[in-house]
Design a protein around this ligand. Structure first.
Ligand SMILES: [Zn+2]
Length: 155
């Protein structure tokens, strides 16, 4: 059984303790030239925020990245949209995709965050050999990974 309430709990990238909606923070770096990168999920405190003193720092409350509004936030990194930029004059630089998409999955796909704990061992055991680029991260796959590997962890 999954232990973390999906889309309500994450593992802080700094202290590795659980972080929730209210005390959660998302930070990344957004240089003048080049796209945003180094997305992180952490506690909203100086101890866990790592980009604090960086001149390219951008950040926001974790809850801004959840649900439909969160999806819209993520999409705005890719294109501010035809309403504000009808002639595509201000297209943003593409984000560092691996970091960006990982943050998106962690904040949008139920059970993905808890399944991440087991991704390394699951991969090494060939769990993903019959998965494709969509199925590997579906909520049902994430739940199956948790059920499969958490029992091993407790054995
Ligand atoms: Zn932390």
């Amino acid at each position: 059984m999954p232990k973390m309430v999906p889309l309500n709990a994450w593992v802080c990238d700094s202290c590795f303790q659980e972080v929730g909606i209210k005390d959660g923070w998302v930070e990344w770096l957004s240089p003048d030239k080049g796209g945003p990168h180094s997305f992180r999920i952490c506690h909203n405190d100086d101890r866990c925020q790592k980009h604090t003193d960086h001149p390219d720092r951008q950040d926001g409350h974790l809850e801004n990245f959840l649900g439909i509004e969160g999806m819209q936030y993520f999409l705005s990194f890719l294109d501010i949209g035809p309403l504000l930029d009808p002639n595509e004059e201000y297209m943003p630089s593409a984000p560092e995709m691996r970091s960006f998409v990982e943050a998106f999955r962690r904040l949008q796909i139920p059970h993905y965050e808890e399944a991440r704990k087991y991704h390394s061992v699951a991969r090494s055991e060939g769990y993903f050999s019959d998965q494709n680029e969509v199925s590997a991260s579906l909520p049902s796959t994430c739940e199956s990974i948790i059920k499969r590997y958490e029992s091993e962890e407790n054995a």
